[in-house]
Design a protein. Structure first.
Length: 232
């Protein structure tokens, strides 16, 4: 089941006639089995005019949401407000939103986005920004690169990566920071990073664009990284 709704209305002198045309147009979309559902135009704006700003598909099932937006993109020129409706709690909601919104935006479908979580609405805003940044469509601050743990890891990589992300959450420099677990592959695999660290046996390397600049004790690694970032 997929329903359609409008997002954002504003007063226009001839808006009500346009409103009726929009409904008829959207209802005729081939492949959308549900009748489009809208708030009553008169209930929202009384006798005033209306102009639709964007169209959203209301679908909680990821595959249905993607299919609906693809159909709309093929068959109409209205701005599309993309997102997975009622995506769920934080863990699965983030996964479904990133998969659905990301796949559409990468194919040029979508004009605005929404993330719907059963959680603090502030997390929805952060998630939307993270999706746009991960896709390379917007830059809001630091982009992180970090590796999974493996047999070569000799530092507390998980804690170090989380601390670095927390300390840089309000940094708005458009830089890429790498937190890598070993000196064997770290600087090379993360050579596109502006600045990064790679862990060793009780020590770590600080590198820029893949070039090692110095070695520091593990307990000083994060603080020294922050100092380098301040100078960028």
């Amino acid at each position: 089941y997929v329903a359609l709704t409008l997002v954002g209305v504003c007063a226009q002198p001839d808006g009500y006639a346009s409103w009726q045309a929009y409904i008829a147009d959207l209802a005729s979309l081939d492949g959308v089995s549900a009748v489009p559902t809208f708030h009553s135009a008169r209930a929202i704006m009384g006798t005033g005019g209306l102009l639709i700003m964007a169209v959203a598909a209301l679908a909680a099932i990821l595959t249905g949401m993607i299919a609906a937006y693809r159909l709309m993109a093929q068959q109409c020129d209205y701005p599309l407000h993309v997102g997975v409706t009622e995506a769920g709690t934080e863990r699965m909601g983030l996964i479904k939103s990133a998969a659905g919104i990301g796949s559409l935006l990468l194919n040029g479908i979508g004009d605005t986005i929404r993330v719907s979580l059963t959680d603090d609405p502030v997390k929805e805003v952060y998630a939307a920004k993270d999706i746009l940044q991960a896709l390379g469509l917007r830059r809001f601050g630091v982009q992180f690169i970090s590796c999974p743990t493996c047999g070569r890891t000799r530092i507390d990589l998980i804690s170090l990566a989380k601390q670095a992300e927390e300390r840089l959450k309000d940094c708005h420099k458009p830089i890429t920071v790498a937190i890598m677990g070993c000196v064997v592959n770290g600087p090379g695999e993360a050579r596109e990073a502006d600045i990064g660290i790679a862990g060793g046996e009780g020590v770590g390397l600080i590198f820029k664009k893949g070039e090692i600049i110095r070695k520091v004790p593990e307990e000083c690694l994060l603080d020294e990284l922050m100092k380098e970032i301040e100078q960028l």
